[in-house]
Design a protein around this ligand. Structure first.
Ligand code: RB5
Length: 146
């Protein structure tokens, strides 16, 4: 059973609830790091919780939801070991696992509907990294870090 860490801000709260249901249907174990309502909060705080869960190996993959998915991805990608992909289509959600070994999917609650988001989540959690020629490129992220 895959362990998934999930969090959101107020802009992603409603979509997060739908995604949590989808993860249960997929048989994933899901840990929710908040927030817990549509009351305004600061998304970097929640991005960090999911990044820490991944880096501490408490979860294999993460999902972050804000209004656009962009702020969450920017905050998450500051952390070593994190490869967060902000996606709004199913092709990208699949390819970012295959080629980029993305470990966090970022979604915009004000950008995509629940149906599309849940399809992206399914592809993201069921697709494995291809490895091969992509390994070296992933390693270069750390080597070229500023
Ligand atoms: C909050 O209003 C909004 O800025 C946030 O959810 C997100 O879209 C940031 O990138």
């Amino acid at each position: 059973m895959k362990k998934i860490a999930i969090a959101c801000d107020h802009g992603g709260y409603e979509l997060k609830l739908e995604i949590i249901k989808k993860l249960a249907e997929l048989g994933c174990e899901c840990e929710d790091f908040g927030c817990d309502s549509t009351e305004s909060v600061d998304y970097p705080i929640y991005a960090e919780k999911v990044c820490n869960a991944i880096n501490e190996k408490k979860a294999e993959l993460g999902i972050l939801v804000c209004g656009t998915g962009i702020g969450m991805s920017m905050a998450a990608n500051k952390k070593k070991g994190i490869r967060a992909a902000c996606c709004a289509d199913t092709f990208s959600a699949r390819m970012t696992r295959l080629h980029n070994d993305a470990n966090i999917l970022c979604l915009g609650g004000r950008v995509v509907g629940a149906g599309l988001a849940c399809d992206m989540v399914e592809l993201f959690v069921t697709t494995e990294f291809m490895g091969g020629r992509h390994e070296k490129r992933i390693a270069l992220f750390d080597e070229t870090r500023g």
